[in-house]
Design a protein around this ligand. Structure first.
Ligand code: SAH
Ligand code: DHB
Ligand code: MG
Length: 221
């Protein structure tokens, strides 16, 4: 047995570092430094999670990716690297300031030409979009997750991948009486996916630098 003298959360972070040190030589960490310098919230996916999204997109053979929730573009860089030279990522962000930081980060990472950032409330941008997309990553305001799922289904074809971030929230999703609208939005997402015959889905819990959380993974049938 490992002799644990540190809090478990520190162990999770140390293991994330162990993983990154061995398997992730190409972490676009400059984007995180730029985000911090600009005062953006540190709510990007972790490096192992970003690389997982990148690998899932490549496994799916995705050439057209839709992301909802850009922040500073850290996850966007991982996804843009997956689509290859002729590929395309469309990413939606409410805050013009964040989108500006993301634009600089994407250009600096050498993938700017593949990425279109659309600024504004994502639901307004989504209804004006045309698909099909091969892969959708939903990671914005959690109360809108059901609306985003509906648009993701409209904008995809059978075989497409849909992934949603932050669906566990340190276990808070178990609380049916929660007054946290992010929790209620996530619970509503589970119900919507459960009732949706066009999706096969699971959710996987994660621990690490982003604490205890999880991803919902679905394929469009
Ligand atoms: N995917 C990013 C993190 C996104 S954080 C990464 O892992 O690197 C969530 C983002 O969603 C924030 O930047 C926030 O401004 C944005 N957001 C919140 N509400 C939104 C809305 N209604 N429309 C579009 N974006 C929204
Ligand atoms: C929050 C949003 C995220 O997308 C995330 O990964 C972590 C936290 C938030 O709004 O608090
Ligand atoms: Mg997230």
């Amino acid at each position: 047995m490992v002799d644990r003298t540190r809090p478990i959360e520190e162990e999770w972070v140390a293991v994330d570092r162990y993983i990154a040190d061995r398997l992730i030589a190409d972490d676009p960490a400059a984007a995180l430094a730029a985000n911090a310098a600009a005062g953006l919230p540190e709510i990007d996916v972790s490096a192992p999670q970003g690389r997982m999204l990148h690998l899932l997109a490549r496994m799916a053979g995705a050439r057209r990716i839709l992301e909802i929730g850009t922040l500073g573009g850290y996850s966007t860089i991982w996804l843009a690297r997956a689509v290859g030279d002729g590929g395309r990522v469309v990413t939606l962000e409410l805050e013009p300031e964040y989108a500006g930081v993301a634009r600089a980060n994407l250009d600096e990472a050498g993938v700017g030409e593949r990425v279109e950032i659309i600024v504004g409330p994502a639901i307004d941008s989504l209804v004006a979009l045309e698909g099909p997309f091969d892969f959708v990553f939903i990671d914005a305001d959690k109360p809108s997750n059901v609306a985003y799922l509906r648009e993701a289904i409209r904008l995809t074809r059978p075989g497409a991948t849909i992934i949603v971030d932050n669906v566990v929230r340190e276990g808070a999703i178990l609380d049916a009486a929660s007054d946290d609208e992010r929790v209620q939005g996530t619970r509503a997402l589970f119900e919507a996916v459960s009732a949706e015959p066009r999706l096969s889905a699971t959710a996987v819990q994660t621990v690490g630098a982003k604490k205890w959380d999880g991803f919902l993974l679905a394929i469009r049938d």
